[in-house]
Design a protein around this ligand. Sequence first.
Ligand code: ADP
Ligand code: MG
Length: 743
Amino acid sequence: MYADGVVRSSALDRPIGSVAARTGPKFEALGVRTAGDLLRYYPRRYADPSRLTDIAGLEIDEKASVVAEVRSSSGVLRSRSSGKLRVEAQVTDGRSVLHLAFFAQREGMAKKFERDLRPGRRGLFTGKVGWFNGRAQLANPAVVWFDADDEDGVVEHAERPLPVYPASGQLDSEKIAATVQVVLGPLREGDVPDPVPAQVRAARDLGELLPALRRLHRPETEQDWVQAQRRQRYEEAFVLQAELARRRARAAAQPAVARPRVAGGLLDAFDQRLPFELTTGQREVGAQIADEIAQPVPMQRLLQGEVGSGKTVVALRAMLQVVDAGGQAALLAPTEVLAAQHARSLRALLGDLAEGGMLGGADQGTRVALLTGSVTGAARRQALLDAASGAAGIVVGTHALLEKTVQFAELGLVVVDEQHRFGVEQRDRLRAKASAQPHLLAMTATPIPRTVAMTVFGDLETSVLSELPAGRSPITSFVVPADRPAWLARTWSRVREEVDKGGRAYVVCPRITGDDADGADLVADEPATLGEAGTAPRRPPSAVLEVVEELRALPELAGLEIGVLHGRLAAEDKDRALAQFASGAVPVLVSTTVVEVGVDVPEATAMVILDADLFGVSQLHQLRGRVGRGTAPGVCLLVSGAREGSPGHQRLTTVAETLDGFALAAFDLEQRREGDVLGASQSGVASSLRLLRVTRDADLIEQARADARAVVEQDPELESHPALRDAIDVLLAGEREEFLDRA
Ligand code: ADP
Ligand code: MG
């Protein structure tokens, strides 16, 4: 049932089981539930059957598709030891020979292989290249025969590009192709509603949907599928951008309370006592934000800024403006360490302005409440009370803020730190605690290229803080080979020198203990490079609890207090470890990546990262950002056993050579898979993107965004675009499923 009361059921809504009765469940396992899903189950690539593939160029353990001709086959063979049946064959590309082996459970199956493998027959053989009896071999490859004597009218197969579908063990590419044709064959224009409105199609010269689908699934020429792919990439970008534009429009349509700046309030008092000058960027972005929260339309802004660029001060000034205007602000942080630190540094920045209602507090002062999972008992009750009564103008917390028991008197602004760690749902849950739509300021220190921001945070406007506050010292970075004792010794004596000069040193490890099976605090967002092709098996990654003992025994560090910090410590212990580190009582801190985001100790000058090649580029950059935050120069030592020239080593060299977070993010993107780029919280959207690549399709995304905004502006709920609405529902269904899977 749709809002207009019409029950729409079309050929495309048919369950896949009614198209392919026997293979239905196998299609469902690939995420194909309806005939319509199948039409958008696109070929992964296209083979050129007129050109034989170079067999000599195959690599062991790679997946390969080879167009070749059968030269000979063995007949049915039976293994003496296991009794298993097989047929062996040799195929050739005219120059080299490749061995194939087909295994069968039953005699009939083996006989079929024998019949199929007639010398002179050409086909496409797809499988993983193995190594057997001293030669390359494809075992049980999927085969597409080009004479196709079991299908009529496909002799010209041999000249057409051959679609190769993402297959499963249960379902090969050929079967998928055949089923697609069953669905596609009888369709007429009008059977496939186009999510892209006609006027947009005309303006962008996109052509009709059905012919494009036919060209994707059964192209006659390369140009056919190239053009059709471009069209469908645009469609994906457009549907996603339409949903983001609709979210934006919906949020903007709900009135917010205007919170204009009030003269003589907390913000003025704060500005007067600010111990430094705001950077130009902070002033400009600050003015923009001040302006937007002064409107009765909810602000929806993403603030990007390098580590240490001073986002917190910008956020605090926005919060104070809201408090002055009678509202409250909530600051949502991804970890307890960060939340606690935010509360501490906000209180420190505010001084007696944060002691509202207390003896000695400033007259117009407010309070900063902290709510995390580990704030319990009386402290928790007080924080809840302060939030609900409005006594706390600023409430800082983790996910704990989202719980039902947390209520606000007058929530006017939601600030989300490290936005990419939260899903849209979490953000919305917090916003739902306000009676009117609150303003939203999201912040991230992970530099996000523009097109990614447009895709992931397309419903937000973005601002960037590009300069660092003056007086920051540069950070020098080095790659230290782990197998060179002299270099390692130099690393620790360098740590010693930093501490002797009044600095502090972080030592970051990938693991907590040596036998971490569950991998808590493990490197989060990087394909592990353990066992990288060609490297010898290496020792297990460094672990906090072992490294701390090793360091305590080192002559270079004799007499220094060395502490630990990791995710399994109780909250008080984490706080204490950080406080002792900050004060200098314990100047060396061995830690996991819990220090990755936002931890701010200005005296920290050295960052040693062990097994650095196990971390992602952006993560290394984030970690490095923990040092050089004061006036003393920082040093970052990337210790790694990665061989020179290996991908892991190259990543480290790149990080060591550049301090520009945006350049590193771009480098990182080139190396990652799409789902990783979009981030875990957006993986639902990512998995629904079949052809679009945010890293590559920047132009398309820009166009689609402009078009989608124009369409939504004219028709915010897309009343006159049912096909677009349906496509969005499909997109969101995927997103919700992913979310539920994780919840
Ligand atoms: P971010 O959150 O962007 O990583 P922070 O807001 O934590 O950065 O700022 C990093 C440090 O720089 C803090 O100690 C902060 O007080 C200080 N800081 C912020 N703005 C300025 C400025 N304009 N001049 C000097 N120091 C600043
Ligand atoms: Mg910060």
